[in-house]
Design a protein around this ligand. Structure first.
Ligand code: C5P
Length: 288
């Protein structure tokens, strides 16, 4: 086998809670994560020349160490003493720097892809372990589905699949860095935490209304005052009769849940016209 093709999927956070600040600069989290159907395509090919060559049409994506796909390839090469090179082509559909784990998913796909391509025979636990060394969301991206994540995000308990929803994603053009969001979070000042276990039960029992009313992300308390458009998009989706609305991850993407595809498409069109933003995507939840 000389090449492999994979799909690298986006995620949303159904809940995101910050429990404490750790001594290593990270935060102790508790969050329910859900994979979406929306995906990037990853093509990996072996090369005789010993290098990592990344290509993508999106000019905002770095092609070096800053790219999670690059980090994953470098880690695998080092761990297994591989002197072949890899050519990696990323076809981007997931908005970047969005809170949708697009980059993390690419890293997870490269770990899994190189495991196959080079016949490394890594068991899934080993992939998860390497994934955690690349980034906090990479292990969940390797797992996919519905899960409760703790620690930095790398301690995963798979859950029963979340009931199916159509999902509209709307990403305002203004960026906000994950590190910046966590840095500006004052744990003492958080006014409302999600009831994570209640939402876990709602998800596992397929209680759609309780899932939607339980959506909560404490990081909104940092991002909405800085980027009020996030709050405006949330309110607008509510007027469009979304069943539930929340910012994903550290933002700035807002997602809205719908029962019907038609309603989701209508709301997507309305949000696009109202806020004049390009990154509006209709997708759905995905469980493998
Ligand atoms: O692990 P990752 O590189 O995705 O994290 C990016 C940044 O987000 C970290 O450098 C840290 O500032 C912040 N972060 C955090 N606590 C987490 C995850 C990320 O403070 N659990």
């Amino acid at each position: 086998m000389d090449y492999i093709k994979l799909e690298s999927r986006a995620k949303i956070n159904i809940t995101l809670d910050v429990v404490s600040k750790r001594n290593d600069g990270y935060h102790e989290l508790e969050m329910i994560m859900q994979t979406l159907k929306l995906h990037d395509d990853i093509y990996i090919e072996k090369m005789t020349e010993n290098k990592i060559d990344i290509r993508t049409a999106n000019r905002y994506i770095p092609l070096d160490e800053r790219n999670t796909a690059y980090k994953a390839a470098k880690l695998i090469k080092r761990e297994f003493g591989i002197y072949d090179g890899v050519f990696i082509e990323i076809t981007k559909r997931i908005p970047i720097e969005a809170g949708l784990a697009g980059g993390s998913g690419n890293g997870a796909a490269v770990l899994k892809g190189m495991n196959e391509l080079f016949g490394l025979g890594m068991p899934f636990e080993r992939i998860l372990e390497l994934a955690a060394r690349i980034g906090s969301d990479v292990p969940f991206c390797a797992m996919e589905g519905t899960a409760l994540a703790k620690g930095r995000g790398e301690i995963l308990a798979p859950m029963k699949p979340c009931p199916h929803f159509f999902v509209v994603l709307a990403k305002p053009p203004e960026g906000i860095s994950t590190a910046e969001v966590y840095k500006n979070l004052d744990l003492e000042k958080i006014t409302e935490h999600p009831d994570t276990m209640k939402v876990v039960n709602a998800v596992e029992n397929g209680e759609r209304d309780s899932i939607c009313s339980g959506l909560l992300n404490v990081l909104e308390e940092v991002t909405i005052p800085r980027l009020p458009i996030i709050g405006d998009i949330k309110k607008f989706f509510e007027v469009q009769k979304a069943k539930g609305v929340l910012m994903s991850g550290s933002g700035p993407t807002v997602f809205a849940l719908f029962d019907e595809q038609k309603e989701a498409e209508k709301a997507a069109m309305a949000v696009k016209n109202k806020f004049l933003i390009d990154d509006v995507i209709v997708t759905e939840t995905f469980n493998p």
